[in-house]
Design a protein around this ligand. Structure first.
Ligand SMILES: [Zn+2]
Length: 230
């Protein structure tokens, strides 16, 4: 069961089990940001809340973020994510976005920030007007997935350092998993944790996740699910 929660007059979040996605409205158009895990009707859900022309922006293409993409002929996504998207059965035409691009919804510019690492084409979206950062799965206080194909912890650390350059431009982070909102200082903590994992300075707990042997590294602020090194 999906829950629709109003954040303010121009912003909604949809809670779809363990993942969420958003509807942002400007003065001229609206954007669905991701399309959920069990929600092929995501477009319809958004159109029940706004009459504005609707676009779709995906933070990345893991299966829990694209279930409603099929209702859109085109969508905004990093081209570095296209392979992952097609492998997950994604359809439609990718409109490429990259670092520095601004998608204006009308008095509500959304700035694209490239943060590869969780996936090759992960992006963050800076909502300058409301001073919010949409972080996809890269900044969250649940467990950041860093095992398996396409994950790259070095790139992740580099991207999180890049994100620090936007410090002071947002007051809250909206993640697609875990708590909402989380505070911007989580970025620095995740950098520290990811470095500690990379440098073997911390130990984790091996577990089986959908047939994958992974290691959970749990910190007070978040966790990482990383490759088993055995
Ligand atoms: Zn996810």
């Amino acid at each position: 069961m999906v829950e629709t929660i109003k954040i303010n007059d121009n912003t909604w979040r949809f809670e779809d089990d363990s993942v969420r996605f958003f509807l942002f409205c400007g003065s001229g158009r609206a954007a669905l940001i991701d399309s959920g895990m069990n929600t092929p009707n995501a477009r319809q859900m958004a159109e029940e809340l706004t009459d504005l022309p609707l676009i779709l922006i995906n933070t990345h293409a893991d299966p829990d973020h694209i279930s409603g993409n099929g209702a859109f002929e085109e969508f905004y996504m990093s081209p570095a994510e296209e392979e992952n998207y097609r492998e997950n059965g994604g359809k439609g035409t990718l409109i490429p976005v990259k670092e520095g691009d601004v998608i204006d919804l009308g008095d509500r510019p959304l700035r694209i920030i490239d943060i590869p690492g969780h996936t090759p084409g992960s992006i963050a979206i800076l909502d300058e007007k409301y001073r919010v950062l949409i972080s996809g799965d890269s900044v969250e206080d649940g467990n950041v997935f860093m095992f398996g194909k396409y994950r790259d912890i070095d790139l992740y650390i580099k991207s999180m350092n890049h994100l620090l350059e936007y410090d002071g431009m947002y007051d809250e982070v909206y993640a697609m998993h875990g708590s909402i909102p989380v505070k911007p200082d989580l970025v620095g903590k995740l950098i520290k944790g990811a470095n500690q994992i990379k440098n073997h300075e911390v130990s984790g707990r091996e577990l089986d996740l959908w047939g994958n042997k992974v290691v959970l590294y749990k910190f007070p602020y978040a966790g990482f699910l990383y490759e088993s090194r055995l």
